[in-house]
Design a protein around this ligand. Structure first.
Ligand code: NAP
Length: 316
């Protein structure tokens, strides 16, 4: 257990956190990024990335490594820590971790991203890790030549469904409406892929299996009310995600969906606390947004600290 002093603390080591860390460290601010798992965030779990400028095609895991290496090069400290809570003591912002360590700084940048939404249907939890997955890049290879189902109609479902055709003998994309919300280019790729069959207007009511793994899905057509069974070897669920704001409940203002509200300087309602990336309330959630937000947050935090230092110097 120890108390460590920094100028800037970043909570969350996804693209936003790493970019904020790179900027703050490059501005010669002593900066730490607290990440409970591995750096890279959701992008590290994504297959192909082809909408990050300058990279026509790159694996998500490679891009995540580049972000990490770049930030480290400018002196960002990265600590494996799970944050328990964040609080204020005068002008200081303190971050207490589950390890018992406390980090003290003048500014905190929240880049905590989101967690995949669950369907909350029978069988989902029982077969999690036994054919139920939320990450194609992590688990797709386990289902080579199997029939795979993907649930959802957003960018993630349709893109990862296409990615999973690398492994599966067939991929069903099951969507509750009769059109996707995914970007047109992502949709077109799925429509053109011979291995993909789309099951429209349908929800998964339950996930069925034997004592080892998933074997079937119980489906319901929401227009006709008809039930059917689909034999599968795996199901990948991509029905959105929730922002990770649990540790700030009650302190930081959020929108009605729980995403953190900021102004255009990425300032939250608490002075010295900034937010960037997927956890922030905004129209789109892309890596490009996250790094844009993070740049603003890091520069705004730097200016805020400068002002605080001037104020303290005048008091002496
Ligand atoms: P999303 O855009 O929120 O889409 C969630 C999908 O799941 C929607 O099609 C929704 O159906 C469906 N859904 C939600 N709850 C459901 C339920 N209980 N049962 C069945 N279906 C349900 O989430 P996402 O695809 O995970 O994307 C999240 C963010 O990341 C988005 O901003 C997205 O643009 C971004 N992203 C971008 C890329 C890329 O640009 N390459 C890749 C991945 C993610 P409805 O359509 O009927 O609401």
């Amino acid at each position: 257990m120890s108390e460590k002093n920094y100028d800037v603390i970043i909570v969350g080591g996804g693209p936003g956190g790493l970019c904020a860390g790179m900027y703050a460290a490059r501005a010669m601010r002593k900066t730490v990024c607290l990440e409970k798992f591995l750096t890279g965030g959701q992008i590290a779990l994504t297959g192909d990335v082809e909408d990050y400028p300058g990279f026509e095609h790159i694996l998500g895991s490679e891009l995540a490594k580049k972000f990490t290496d770049h930030a480290l090069k400018f002196g960002l400290d990265i600590e494996r820590e799970e944050v328990a809570d964040i609080y204020c003591e005068g002008d200081d912002r303190l971050v207490r971790c589950e390890s018992g360590n406390v980090y003290r700084s003048k500014a905190v940048i929240l880049s905590t991203g989101g967690t995949p939404v669950k369907l909350n249907i029978p069988g989902e939890e029982d077969y999690s890790g036994k054919g139920v997955s939320y990450c194609a890049i992590c688990d797709g290879a386990f289902f080579k030549d199997k029939v795979i189902a993907v649930v959802g109609g957003g960018d993630a479902a349709v893109e990862e469904g296409t990615f999973l055709t690398k492994y599966g003998s067939k991929v069903y994309i099951i969507h509750r409406r009769d059109q996707f919300r995914a970007q047109k280019i992502i949709q077109q790729r799925a429509f053109d892929n011979q291995k993909i069959e789309i099951i429209w207007d349908t929800v998964v009511e339950s996930i069925i299996g034997d004592d080892k793994s998933v074997t079937n899905l119980r489906l319901k057509n929401v227009k006709t009310g008809e039930n059917s069974d689909l034999e599968i070897g795996a199901i990948f669920i991509y029905v959105g995600f929730h922002p990770n704001t649990g540790l700030l409940k009650g302190q930081i203002e959020t929108d009605e969906n729980g995403y953190i509200l900021t102004n255009d300087l990425m300032e939250t309602n608490v002075k010295g606390i900034y937010a960037c990336g997927d956890v922030r309330s905004q129209l789109v959630r892309q890596v490009t947004n996250a790094v844009g937000d993070a740049t603003t947050a890091a520069v705004a935090a730097e200016k805020y600290i400068e002002k605080l230092e001037d104020k303290l110097a005048q008091r002496v």
